[in-house]
Design a protein around this ligand. Structure first.
Ligand SMILES: [Zn+2]
Length: 230
């Protein structure tokens, strides 16, 4: 009966797939079966030789790095990231985070995580967009992991200093990736999972990790929704 009513309601108020926009069937949630089947998953958490583990060598002490999806030129991940960031579809981030953590939990990956920390966006950007997309992915990830979300400790600050020896690009990157903590003590000897929407050069993750790694005894892992391979 409930399904019948749902189908009836959907006739007039169709729920659509957050990725392709086609109408969803009764048992489909947020993402249609076809898009779900076509998600370009990396399966890095199952690989013996996860290529992302090398990405931060010599830059940070990050322990494990994984990404759910592979973002290659023109694939569906472009639409996912765009919808998440610019079309107010934060629920898509939650849903994909939840699906990813289901797969991670199956092999007890990240079982030891105490806190899940979204990469923060600047307060001004937050005021404009109304939400931090990484926080919604992190919330979804928390659905199936032991760790709890901690969204307000790590924050992005505005930074100005004279860095006359740096190239213009490096200077820009440094300013772009300056973070600080409101309560460093809360993370002493803890294991944290840093969550972001997309991993490209890793400069943002590096900025966050460098700040977190000033805390004694901390272990930092990273999970992103997508990894841009080119
Ligand atoms: Zn779809």
């Amino acid at each position: 009966m409930k399904n019948y009513i749902n189908d009836f309601l959907r006739l007039f108020f169709p729920s659509v797939c957050l990725i392709c926009g086609n109408a969803l069937l009764t048992h489909e949630n947020y993402i249609c079966r076809k898009c779900n089947k076509d998600l370009p998953k990396s399966h890095f958490h199952l690989a013996d030789n996860n290529p992302l583990n090398q990405l931060f060598w010599g830059r940070t002490n990050i322990d494990k790095v994984v990404s759910y999806l592979l973002y290659t030129h023109g694939n569906m991940v472009k639409h996912i990231l765009h919808a998440l960031k610019y079309r107010n579809q934060k629920e898509l981030g939650f849903e994909l985070g939840k699906r990813y953590s289901q797969e991670l939990a199956e092999i007890s990956y990240f079982d030891e995580v105490d806190w899940v920390i979204p990469v923060p966006i600047h307060a001004k950007k937050l005021a404009i967009r109304g939400y931090n997309q990484s926080e919604w992915i992190a919330k979804g990830i928390c659905e199936n992991l032991n760790g709890e979300i901690m969204p307000d400790n790590l924050y992005k600050k505005t930074f100005t200093s004279t860095q006359t020896n740096k190239s213009r690009y490096q200077r820009w990157e440094n300013i772009e990736n300056t973070f600080d903590l409101r309560d460093a003590n809360a993370l002493e000897n803890k294991t944290v999972l840093l969550v972001d929407d997309v991993l490209t050069t890793g400069a943002t993750i590096e900025g966050c990790a460098n700040t977190l790694e000033t805390i004694p005894g901390i272990t930092v892992h990273v999970a992103t929704l997508a990894y841009a391979t080119n």
